[in-house]
Design a protein around this ligand. Structure first.
Ligand SMILES: Cc1cc2nc3c(=O)[nH]c(=O)nc-3n(C[C@H](O)[C@H](O)[C@H](O)COP(=O)(O)O)c2cc1C
Length: 88
């Protein structure tokens, strides 16, 4: 059975999460290239966040990404060891 145009348009209007993830991924890749650290955060208190950052109710919050310079620069080997042994 053919899908109705309404359903197709509805599916197309739900891509904002993917769009946001693509934008966020590009931001974190560029940040890394510039030597800036980043961290995705998907678990947050929405009410508090809206209040602190003055985000109106008509805007949907998908995720947060923090950006900043690392406190200490780890070498590539140091970073690899940290990942392998799950050390901070
Ligand atoms: C979409 C997304 C949401 C995330 N949300 C959280 C979160 O709410 N809390 C958290 O501790 N880590 C979260 N993470 C994981 C961190 O962003 C980070 O990748 C993880 O702490 C590993 O960091 P590291 O590679 O520097 O060790 C999330 C990752 C992704 C991709």
């Amino acid at each position: 059975m053919e899908e109705s145009m309404e359903n197709i348009l509805e599916a197309g209007s739900q891509t904002y999460i993917l769009d946001s993830a693509i934008a966020g991924t590009n931001m974190t890749l560029m940040a890394t290239a510039l030597g800036i650290g980043s961290c995705w955060i998907g678990a947050f208190e929405e009410k508090a966040l809206r209040s602190i950052l003055h985000i109106p109710e008509n805007l949907k919050i998908i995720a947060l990404i923090t950006f900043g310079y690392e406190a200490g620069k780890a070498s590539v080997v140091g970073k690899l060891l940290r990942v392998l042994f799950n050390k901070r």
